[in-house]
Write a protein that binds this ligand. Structure first.
Ligand code: NDP
Length: 327
């Protein structure tokens, strides 16, 4: 038997999430079975557990888009019993039972060896949120945004993606401006390396097609009017990476920033990113993220607290990252 969070949707009970005991017969198809040590709560896990977004595609479902653990059995050529592994995305926790459980069975092709730089709990402190932040930073670099080009704006800065993005960019020498709706987290964001804190309210309402040019680059985790206003205030030939929808899925913008200022908008997807990009991002995280900052960013909970904490995450009350010790 193993413990897991199980989401279900039935006519009798509606949408539910409970901690339950499952047995090996409940494990799905897959060529690698992993004893999970830690999982995490990302925004998407919050949507899945609370039912606030149509994330789960099959019921019953074990949520958890991230996991770190040890291989228990494998018929995959790249993995053997005892290997330390991690997983981010690939639809796990959405259409295939995920990491908020003591055991998971997966496709070996989805797994990444745990980087030697990280303990399993540190890899989960980074999780999909941190790996996505790294993908955003790598996209800025690819588009030629170097620290000398000017300020980089991070929106949703006190959240998971935002916190890790602030820490990485600051370590790489960028001048980071952190946008948050929580002024009380200003000191926290400065400790992570933000040079300035701005109120997210200045981005969240409908704005003009073009505003005063300020940002050389941006990591936007928020979408909607915020993304539109960020694009409208990005400097000539600046670059905006778009990865999130915490404010909304819409993008009520004009083409003005793109056709008059040559702004580039780069979409970032972590879920189906090819393995080579994942390995590159995890290798960069090992060198470009100060692990001592992870302690500040993260707090740890037990599996039994995951459901209540998902509500808090959806209410925007969680700072940084949540690691779940599933055992
Ligand atoms: P968190 O919940 O940890 O952080 C989201 C942050 O967004 C909050 O902390 C808050 O920051 C801000 N925010 C929340 N609600 C609003 C609002 N109504 N208006 C403006 N800002 C708001 O989530 P994550 O960091 O885990 O994820 C951030 C986003 O990125 C999510 O939309 C998630 O789905 C997406 N994502 C996408 C991935 C991809 O592959 N493209 C991968 C990972 C995440 P503050 O309090 O500082 O204002």
């Amino acid at each position: 038997m193993y413990k897991a969070i199980v989401i279900n949707k039935t006519e009798a009970e509606g949408y539910t999430a409970h901690q339950m005991d499952l047995d090996d017969g409940d494990l799905p198809e897959g060529d690698v079975t992993v004893k999970v040590a830690y999982s995490t709560l990302n925004y998407k896990d919050g949507l899945a557990i609370t039912g606030k977004g149509p994330v789960v595609r099959k019921f019953p479902m074990v949520p958890g888009i991230d996991l770190a653990g040890t291989v228990m059995s494998s018929t995959h050529a790249d993995f053997k019993v005892g290997d330390a592994v991690l997983l981010n995305g690939w639809g796990v926790g959405e259409g295939h039972p995920g990491g908020l459980a003591q055991k998971a069975r997966l496709k070996g092709d989805w797994l990444v060896p745990l980087p030697v730089a990280f303990k399993p709990e540190q890899a989960m402190a980074i999780g999909t949120a941190g790996y996505t932040a790294m993908l955003c930073v790598m996209a800025l670099e690819r588009q030629g945004v170097t620290p000398d080009k000017g300020e980089i704006l991070v929106t949703g800065a006190a959240g998971g993606v935002g916190s890790v993005a602030v820490a990485i960019l600051a370590k790489l020498g960028y001048t980071v401006v952190a946008s948050t709706g929580r002024p009380s987290e200003g000191e926290y964001l400065k400790t992570l390396g933000a040079a300035e804190i701005v109120d997210r309210a200045q981005f969240s309402e409908p704005g003009r097609p073009l505003g005063k040019e300020r940002w050389a680059g941006a990591v936007d985790t928020v979408g909607s009017h915020t993304l539109a206003n960020v694009c409208a205030t990005t400097k000539y030939r600046g670059v905006v990476t778009c990865c999130g929808l915490a404010q909304g899925m819409d993008f009520p913008a004009t083409v003005a920033p793109f056709i008059l200022r040559g702004v580039t908008l780069v979409g970032i997807d972590s879920v189906m990113a090819p393995k080579a990009d994942r390995l590159a991002a995890w290798s960069r995280l090992a060198t470009d993220l100060d692990v001592s900052k992870l302690e500040l960013i993260t707090h740890q909970i037990g599996l039994s607290e995951a459901i209540d904490t998902a509500d808090e995450l959806m209410a925007g009350k969680i700072r940084g990252r949540v690691v779940v010790d599933v055992n």
